[in-house]
Design a protein around this ligand. Structure first.
Ligand SMILES: Nc1nc2c(ncn2[C@@H]2O[C@H](COP(=O)(O)OP(=O)(O)OP(=O)(O)O)[C@@H](O)[C@H]2O)c(=O)[nH]1
Ligand SMILES: [Mg+2]
Length: 258
């Protein structure tokens, strides 16, 4: 058996977006997300990829089904096999069919009103990753807690130093990617540290990442699935992705040498 590393392909144009919506306990915030996306970006959304898990409540499930009233046949509800948020996103990346994929949440912490700005950048520069930053000028936090904001700032400075990047928010899981890029990378993270990995690996592979400011406000309903123990995993993700050879981030294709 021969193996071959996948080259990062070019993305010549924005053709449409796959919006990934992971859901566990959200209710009204799913409807509000849908309403904002429909109003602002309907023509650009080709696929709405909802990811649910065993812990997704029946009320949340019903709201996810209700997305069909907004987006019709474009909605696909996927029940994840791999566990946790990283597992949800990794499976969604492989199911995405549009030219670009938007990784976001259904708890309104990833402001859906930013989607048109992300797509505008993708239309002009289809090969770049667009990432939302709470630390960029014009962004910010409300209700995040002083200690958490301080710890987040220290971590962001460390990320920026280690990866030699002017980007200001490595941990926020709100990004647009060329689909071909995410499908060419060998992802590892299983929990929320995966969100960090999604900027570190593209950066080390030389993909251009541009950021736009966003303001973070806490979720209006449902519960966070992120814990302190999960956040401790971010340090390991930051270090291992810095030390590894970027070539090892590319997926391998197994080929029969016949
Ligand atoms: N399908 C699926 N969705 C998940 C899982 N864990 C979290 N999510 C969803 O992913 C989104 C972000 O998760 P949160 O737990 O709010 O994480 P976070 O916003 O990064 O962390 P906090 O700042 O603590 O809220 C939400 O829409 C969750 O419902 C999971 O294991 N499976
Ligand atoms: Mg959240």
């Amino acid at each position: 058996m021969e193996t071959q590393r996948i080259q990062l392909p070019e993305t010549p144009a924005f053709v449409g977006a796959t919006v990934i919506l992971p859901a566990v306990t959200e209710t009204d915030s799913i409807d509000e997300t849908a309403s904002i996306l429909k109003e602002s970006s309907d023509a650009d959304i080709a696929q709405v990829l909802v990811v649910v898990c065993d812990r997704t409540t029946s009320e949340t499930m019903a709201r996810c089904e209700g997305l069909r009233s907004w987006f019709g046949e474009r909605v696909q509800i996927h029940h994840q096999r791999l566990p946790f948020l990283g597992g949800a996103m990794r499976e969604a990346f492989d199911l995405a069919t549009a030219s670009h994929v938007i990784m976001m949440a259904t708890d309104l912490e990833t402001d859906p009103r930013l989607v048109p700005a992300m797509i505008d950048i993708a239309k002009q520069r289809p090969s770049v990753v667009v990432t939302a930053s709470r630390w960029a000028r014009g962004g910010g936090f409300s209700g995040y807690g002083r200690v958490r904001v301080a710890a987040n700032w220290v971590f962001q400075r460390l990320a920026s130093l280690l990866y030699r990047t002017p980007l200001t928010d490595a941990t926020f899981g709100y990004r647009l990617f060329p689909t071909a890029v995410v499908q060419s990378i060998d992802w590892e993270g299983s929990r929320h540290e995966f969100l960090l990995e999604t900027v570190l690996k593209p950066l080390r592979l030389g993909v251009e990442v541009v950021e736009i400011p966003t303001f973070w406000t806490p979720r209006p309903d449902g519960e966070s699935q992120n814990s302190l123990a999960t956040q401790a995993r971010y340090v390991r993700t930051l270090l291992t992705n810095r030390l590894a050879s970027p070539d090892s981030f590319r997926r391998t294709l197994e080929r029969n040498g016949r």
